[in-house]
Design a binder for this molecule. Sequence first.
Ligand SMILES: [Fe+2]
Length: 168
Amino acid sequence: MDTCFYPTNHKSTLGPALSSIIYSSTTSWTPYYNFKAAYIDPTILFEDALLRTLSGKRHFVGGLLEIPPHTVYNWHTDTDRHCGLNMLVYDDGQSRCLFAPEGEQVVMPTIELKYKPNTFYVFNTKVPHTVINFTAPRYMFSLEFIGRDYGLTYNELLSDIKELGYGN
Ligand SMILES: [Fe+2]
């Protein structure tokens, strides 16, 4: 499991701010890869202690990603990043995120990431993964590393999280 994802020990305080962005009529959603995305202002991100601490070491941007109901995001690895820091902000309990640690095959073992509320997960985007969403729009918060930290690996981010005291 640790090779696919890793839960931090931190309870994020961003939930209410992210929910109000999701439900605000003034939020601008733009097409981003296969999603609709909304950029989150750093002043909001840095209200969260983990993100504020991590920003002392790494450069990143944060956003919300929406997947519509009755949609599958097919098995893939991310092309432009090695890892992310993800938190499920809203689903109706009817979405699934699966990893295939042994690679994509016709029949393959999978590991489910069951998101706990208000919890950031270090996410290995280089292990094949899929999202299956059923009845409601699903909103994910995700960090992307930029500038000199573009290309940050899963193991490097995992070390940072542990070093900063947010490991389990
Ligand atoms: Fe992905």
